[in-house]
Structure formats: structure tokens, C-alpha cells
Design a protein around this ligand. Structure first.
Ligand SMILES: C[S@@+](CC[C@H](N)C(=O)[O-])C[C@H]1O[C@@H](n2cnc3c(N)ncnc32)[C@H](O)[C@@H]1O
Length: 547
């Protein structure tokens, strides 16, 4: 549930009037305020509107709830903001939790909860912003607040992500059909289910936060595994559906609280023993949700808490795929027309040619296109700093197993490459390939070096810089000379979705067959969720539809 507030001044003129702070006070009209389990203060009824007033009369930031905004007498409830937390329970409902001392002994502290009913969602949002602002600024004793309109505080998420990108992103995830896509990926969801249930010893009696809960499925799994309480944090409108789903499963739902908001912004009433999430995108990092996962770790997880998943891996190997290369190169042939309705298009040919090579290719390919054993890069979610995900630099070094024309770098976030072997699970297992506009020539045994650098951008994705070099072969190699180097720059946000069945493999004439370590059947094992590379996730597919 959430909250909302009417912002108005002391005249109690309703929500039409702009927010004005008068003498360091700010007022909101509420539908109702109900104190939880309190014997000291009778709950207000919806028929008697309540005014909430932020102020710092004694140099301490406070929130006072009055039955009548004109009232200047004793407030019904006074909350000191320093120790208070405000949690959204719904679009127009929030709960404010604060510490208070027992009347008998000041040594004993209790938590007090106040349920706040707002008039609409907009007012709820403004109230939340003001709450954070007053809390932040009021903590310093006697600190004065700036006069005028309080701007909503921009969160870490808003600071680094373009609002249009975020809007589209959460709109997408707010639709049931896209959550259904993820739920219908039985390899993905089944792996999570098995991992949670098989690790239920970790969940029993524990507090869990589901980071980006979507439909709430992982929260329900955690509750099934015996979690004491699960906070399902979801920023999109899907939070409402998650509430419905959870309410419809009451034996589990009474241990789950859905909190609508970004993990960067929401407050939780307690720390978590476990974080569970499915934050991986194409090439692991697309969508930049790993950063939110890491922020959630820093905000909510107890020092020895566990993260499910714990690590992610990007597997990489050079590949040779003549058909793919020709397919991409041919896309720009259109621009070679010299008489397109009397117009010469060729001045744009080179730009179009280069443009097509800036698109990473997402598809499923036969692992035999790989020309060297794969290497992998590990991202440990328990240790990595959020800022370290802004730029990821991976040195590359391979030994070619075959002589081939190298067309680029193939990447995959799962342990094993897709195989066309009969009996493999019928799941899409899309992989990503960065294709060079100029191939490199290698001989079996030759070293291929390079660098994969990924730089985050504010559209929730990354710019990819790939360089591959092939060292001199034969006489002169000892001098360490580099014969060929090719580079390319790609935008992970704009992939070429080449969705189809795995491409038929035709062995190039100069290629010798090699025993690829990857050409095994997919074998999903979920005995440990700390192996996220085993988790087949649909995000790759989702990205396609986000475009
Ligand atoms: C890949 S989906 C996973 C959904 C669900 N956990 C599952 O496994 O089916 C990621 C979800 O995280 C949500 N999300 C992404 N970034 C978020 C953030 N910063 N705060 C809260 N939710 C976020 C998205 O709206 C989306 O529903």
C-alpha cells in the first residue's frame, strides 16, 4: 500500500493551493490517521479529516497530526522525524513508524505505528518527499529549512537514469504480459524455485527483501521456504498486481508486504537477512538493475546477510560466422543505389555500413562457431561497489583452436553455450555477439588478445568498446609484433534481435573441427542459487520488446 497527501497552507483551503511553507511549517490534509495498537490515543475516523504538520519548533524536526488544521493546541500524535520511517503500503496509504518511550519508564523504547490515508497518489508522493526532506534537514538541531516550495528530492536512481528511459522501463514491467513471459520461462523460474526450496535452511525464520519483485513470485517462493517476513519492493505498477496475487495466497501472503517504490528510495522497517532478486539483463549488465541490487544490499542487508544470487559471470569467446557477417554487411547495400528515384544514396553508404555494426547481435548460435575456449569475468554482488558497475573493463586473451576468420566476440551469461543437441530444454537461450566490421585472420594456436570495455549510460544500458588483436605468427613473432587490430563501438541498448532457431553450422573450409568445451547439452542444476550463471533469464527477450 502507499500514501498520498494534500499540500496546503494553514488556511486549510484544500489541495488546489500551492505548497507554501510558513514560518518553517508545512501542512498536509489527510483523509485519516490511525494509530496502530495504541491505548493512549484514540484512532481518528475517516469522517474527521486530519492535518499533518511538519515543523521544527524546538529545533527538532517533527511531524504532528492534528484533528483540525486550525488547531494550534496539543497535537494528537507527535512523531520525531529523526528516528521515524515512512513506508508506502499502497497508492494512498502509508505507515509511519517511530520510536517512543513507555510512559512508565523512559528506558524502555517501543515502536509506534501510524497508518496514514491520503486523498490521492499525487499528495502521497509529495508527502513522502517532504518527509525525507524534513527528516534530512531537521536532523541538525536548529537547522533552518529553505523557504518556499520543497522540491521532491531526486534519488540516486533519478540522478543517473534519464526519466524517459525509466518511464518506458517501468511501464514495460508494469504489464502482466511481460511478467508472464518471465514466469513462463520455466528454466528461469524453475531454477529460482528449486534454489530457494533447496536452500530453505537459509530462509526459515529470516527477513527477506525481494529486490524488484515484479509479480511477487520470488517473494512467494521465499515465504514457501519459511521466511519470517518478505518485503517485496517493486517500482512499477506491477506492485498492485503483486498485492493481488499475494492476497490470493493468504497462507503465504500474511508474511509478505509489497512496497511500491524504487529500492533506492523506499524505507523498510527492519534490516534483511536475505536479498533475493532477478536483476540480470542481456550481457548481465543491461538494464543497469545490478546497481539497484547492490544499492539494496547497502541499504537493507545485515552485515552477514546473504544475497541470492551472489555472483554473475560473463563468458566470452571469439567466433567465426561468415553468414552473420554477410547478413549485417548486406543490410547497408540499400545505400549503394545511385538512382533511387533520381537520388544518389551512396554518400550515406559508409555511415549505414558502420551503423549496422554498432548493433550487438542477440540470437542463439551453434557453439561450434567459437574459435577458442571461452574465458569468463565474474561480478561478485556481495562485494562490488555500485560505482564499479559504471565502467567494466575486461582484458581478453584467447588461444585459437582453429584457423579461421574471426568476426567478433561472443558473450553469454550462462555457464554453457546453447547446443542444438537433441533433448536440450526448449528454452530460448539468447547469446550476444559483437561483430567487427573487418574480420581478423587467425591460425590454430595463435594468441588473440584484446579488451571489452563497457561504459554505462543514462538510458539504462551500456556502450560497448571491443578491441581484438592477433599477434604475429611465424618468423618475427618473437618480437611480439601485432599484425592486426580491429575495434568496434556498440550500443547494448540497440541490439539486433536475430531471433530464430540456432543457426545451422557450416564448417568453413579453413576450419578444423575442435572439441569445444561448450558443446554440451544444457544441464541446469539449481542446487545452489549462488550460481546465477545457471539461471536462464528472460530479460534478454524482454529487452527486445522494450525497443
Ligand atoms: C527482471 S524483472 C524480475 C521480476 C521478478 N522478480 C521475477 O523474477 O519474476 C525485474 C523487476 O524489477 C523491477 N525493478 C527494476 N529496477 C527497480 C528498482 N530500482 N526498484 C524497484 N524495482 C525495480 C522491475 O520493474 C521489474 O518488475
Amino acid at each position: 500500500m502507499e500514501a498520498s497527501v494534500a499540500k496546503h497552507n494553514n488556511n486549510n483551503n484544500g489541495n488546489k493551493q500551492p505548497l507554501v511553507q510558513q514560518q518553517q511549517q508545512q501542512e498536509f490534509a489527510l483523509v485519516s490517521v490511525t494509530e496502530l495498537a495504541s491505548s493512549s490515543s484514540p484512532p481518528s475516523s475517516p469522517s474527521s479529516p486530519v492535518t499533518a504538520r511538519f515543523g521544527a519548533d524546538n529545533g527538532v524536526a517533527e511531524l504532528r497530526f492534528h484533528r483540525d488544521s486550525k488547531s494550534t493546541g496539543a497535537a494528537a500524535i507527535v512523531v520525531e522525524l529523526q528516528d521515524a520511517q515512512l513506508i508506502k503500503l499502497g497508492p494512498v496509504q502509508s505507515i509511519c513508524i517511530s520510536d517512543c518511550s513507555s510512559s512508565d519508564t523512559v528506558k524502555e523504547k517501543y515502536s509506534r505505528g501510524v497508518t496514514i490515508q491520503f486523498r490521492n497518489e499525487e499528495e502521497s508522493k509529495t508527502f513522502h518527499c517532504s518527509f525525507q526532506q524534513w527528516k534530512k534537514q531537521g536532523i541538525v538541531q536548529g537547522a533552518s529549512l529553505p523557504n518556499g516550495v520543497i522540491e521532491p528530492t531526486k534519488s540516486k536512481f533519478d540522478d543517473k537514469i534519464e526519466s524517459s528511459s525509466a518511464k518506458m522501463y517501468f511501464h514495460y514491467y508494469g504489464q502482466l504480459l511481460h511478467q508472464q513471459n518471465m514466469l513462463q520461462d520455466y528454466v528461469r523460474t524453475g531454477t529460482y524455485y528449486a534454489a530457494v526450496i533447496e536452500n530453505r535452511a537459509d530462509f526459515i525464520g529470516r527477513v527477506v527483501v525481494d529486490v524488484g519483485a515484479g509479480s511477487g513470485i520470488l517473494s512467494l517462493f521465499a515465504a514457501q521456504a519459511g521466511a519470517k517476513h518478505v518485503y517485496a519492493v517493486e517500482a512499477s505498477e506491477m506492485a498492485e498486481y503483486a498485492r493481488k496475487l499475494i492476497a490470493g495466497n493468504p497462507s503465504l501472503g500474511d508474511r509478505i508486504t509489497v512496497i511500491k517504490g524504487k529500492v533506492e528510495d523506499v524505507e523498510l522497517p527492519e534490516k534483511a537477512d536475505i536479498l533475493i532478486s532477478e536483476p540480470m539483463g542481456t550481457l548481465l549488465v543491461n538494464e543497469r538493475m545490478l546497481e539497484s541490487y547492490v544499492i539494496a544490499r547497502d541499504r537493507f542487508l545485515t552485515p552477514n546477510g546473504k544475497m541470492f544470487p551472489t555472483v554473475g559471470r560473463i563468458h566470452m569467446a571469439p567466433f567465426s560466422d561468415e553468414y552473420l557477417f554477410i547478413e549485417i554487411a548486406n543490410k547497408s547495400l540499400f545505400w549503394q543505389q545511385r538512382n533511387y528515384y533520381g537520388v544518389d544514396l551512396t554518400p550515406l553508404y559508409n555511415s549505414a555500413f558502420q551503423g549496422y555494426f554498432t548493433q550487438p547481435v542477440v540470437d542463439a548460435f551453434d557453439p561450434r562457431v567459437l574459435v577458442a575456449p571461452a574465458i569468463f569475468h565474474v561480478i561478485n554482488f556481495t562485494e562490488i561497489k555500485e560505482e564499479d558497475l559504471y565502467e567494466i573493463d575486461i582484458p581478453l586473451k584467447f588461444i585459437a583452436s582453429v584457423g579461421a576468420r574471426v568476426h567478433g566476440l561472443a558473450c553469454c551469461t550462462v555457464q554453457r553455450w546453447l547446443t542444438t543437441a537433441p533433448g536440450a530444454p526448449t528454452t530460448h537461450w539468447y547469446q550476444l555477439r559483437c561483430v567487427l566490421s573487418q574480420p581478423l585472420y587467425v591460425m590454430a594456436g595463435q594468441e588473440i588478445t584484446g579488451r571489452l570495455r563497457m561504459v554505462a549510460h543514462n538510458a539504462q544500458s551500456y556502450t560497448i568498446y571491443l578491441t581484438l588483436s592477433v599477434k604475429m605468427w611465424g618468423p618475427g613473432a618473437e618480437q611480439g609484433g601485432i599484425l592486426q587490430t580491429e575495434s568496434c563501438k556498440l550500443d547494448l541498448k540497440e541490439p539486433y534481435y536475430r531471433m530464430s532457431q540456432p543457426q545451422a553450422y557450416t564448417m568453413a573450409q579453413d576450419q578444423q573441427p575442435h572439441q569445444s568445451i561448450h558443446s554440451q547439452d544444457i544441464n541446469i542444476q539449481a542446487d545452489d542459487l549462488e550460481e546465477p550463471e545457471l539461471i536462464q533469464h528472460l530479460s534478454q527477450n524482454l529487452d527486445a520488446q522494450l525497443q
